[in-house]
Design a binder for this molecule. Structure first.
Ligand SMILES: Nc1ncnc2c1ncn2[C@@H]1O[C@H](COP(=O)(O)OP(=O)(O)OP(=O)(O)O)[C@@H](O)[C@H]1O
Length: 308
């Protein structure tokens, strides 16, 4: 099984630190979402894993080896970093065939990945005529060409239409089911929530969180219950009597904080209050992520000196 191991990794550009003593591991059989605000160091970390840049200190390895030491690397690691990287004057097919030849990958894989990424019918068109979404698909085709156990994708949903977004989600889930190691950066929280099992979150080059997604959300967003009844006043009094923090919205629905559906349902039923609607409101990844990054900003932003 091939993991990505980042150990005490630091990258400095001039006087700035893009990546700051970062340590984490990306394991096989799951999709790891790679999150963080603009400039947090995600792309730099991916470039360091792919040997496109040299660390100032620390290591980044794939299956225990630095990328530069991998034999036929496209068979070990597939990556999409910049969809604009392909030669515009080549056809998609010629681009993939050149990549395949340099890594002793059989030509039939080219047709397989063109099919898999939905590009078969446009494979003989020059890449410069491709839309951004088509280029993304071509970048993903290149990443999958060598059937690699490790896949790194930097914002793969960029430019994809709604169908493409569903397709990428299912592709990522399948790659993880096949036992591959999948690291995917994104700024789209709903998207990430739909495919990630694990999250690695960076802020200013440092590791802020490395947790299963559900744990990450549950640790930061308290569960709430939404409830509607024929008699809001009775429900409100009942909830207050039992120490629940509840608020009624204009549409007559109550939101009860720090509560579970089973407890509120039982309470109402025991009191003979008829329930018209009862639902758990699970925290979202977006809420949890914004909570974490806001806390981080508060912690790191220096307070302005008071004017005299
Ligand atoms: N070649 C470079 N020279 C100088 N600074 C760089 C270089 N590459 C990245 N940086 C800086 O390193 C920091 C991290 O950038 P990086 O692109 O890794 O962040 P990111 O998390 O991928 O951001 P985004 O979400 O915007 O893509 C930024 O401050 C960026 O300006």
């Amino acid at each position: 099984m091939t993991s990505i191991d980042v150990q005490d990794l630091t990258k400095e550009y001039g006087t700035g630190r893009a990546v700051d003593r970062l340590t984490f591991q990306v394991l096989p059989g799951r999709v790891t979402g790679f999150l963080g605000p603009n400039g947090a160091g995600k792309s730099t970390t991916m470039r360091l894993v792919l040997g496109l840049d040299r660390p100032t200190s620390g290591t980044a390895t794939v299956g225990g080896r630095p990328y530069a030491a991998l034999h036929e690397p496209l068979r070990q690691v597939g990556a999409l970093l910049d969809a604009r990287a392909a030669h515009g004057s080549r056809t998609a097919r010629a681009h993939l065939r050149a990549l395949a030849a340099s890594n002793r990958i059989p030509d039939r894989r080219v047709d397989e990945v063109l099919e898999e990424t939905g590009l078969a019918s446009v494979a003989r068109r020059r890449v410069k005529t491709y839309s951004l979404g088509m280029r993304q698909r071509l970048g993903i085709a290149a990443a999958l060409l060598g059937d690699p156990p490790v896949v790194l994708l930097d914002e793969p949903s960029n430019g994809l239409d709604p169908e493409g977004i569903i397709w990428i989600r299912e592709l990522l889930r399948r790659l993880a089911r096949e036992g591959r190691t999948v690291l995917v950066s994104s700024h789209l929280m709903n998207e990430t929530a739909s495919f990630a099992d694990q999250l690695v979150v960076l802020g200013r080059g440092r590791l802020l969180a490395d947790l299963p997604m559900r744990e990450f959300i549950d640790a930061r967003v308290q569960p709430r219950v939404r409830v509607r009844t024929s008699d809001g006043a009775v429900l409100g009094a009942l909830l207050a009597r039992h120490g629940y923090e509840a608020a009624e919205a204009e549409d007559g629905r109550w939101t009860v904080r720090h509560a579970r559906v089973a407890d509120i349902g039982r309470l109402a039923s025991d009191a003979g209050v008829s329930i018209l609607e009862l639902a758990a409101e699970e925290g979202t990844l977006e809420q949890a992520y914004l909570d974490l990054t806001a806390a981080e900003a508060e912690f790191t932003t220096p307070t302005q000196p008071q004017e005299a």
